[in-house]
Design a protein around this ligand. Sequence first.
Ligand SMILES: [Cu+2]
Length: 150
Amino acid sequence: MRWVGSGSTVRGRGVAALVLLGAGVIATSTCAPDPYDGYDGMPPPTRPATPPARPVVHVQARDNSFQEQEITVVAGTEVVWANVGRNDHDVVPTEFEDDPAAAPWGVAREAFRPRDVYSHVFDAPGTYVYVCTIHGVKDKGMAGTITVTA
Ligand SMILES: [Cu+2]
């Protein structure tokens, strides 16, 4: 094998790298610490706005109870219910017990089987009382309350 062509190319790059490395060492060893290091008189670069992290609170749907049964969250919080039981459950605002399909939030048992998760963001302050219609009625059995503060 012959390396004539490629060998000279590699050697040329190696010399250039050594020269640059040497210049860097000299530059850093002769510079005094700069108290304004990094400031060049220009405003800081603008970055794309990232949305603030949304607070998240978890509620467990156990068989026959929600844990925690009563929670207080700040407006904008995402409440996440996880069915950790062995039975189907649902989450229905009490004022919609007679017509759960019309409720603005909540989840039907078909979509809340064991290991299913449902979440809703509560933007408006208020008191939200809900129930699992299979295992509870308002204030009895499997029911819960979310207090949303401003
Ligand atoms: Cu239930």
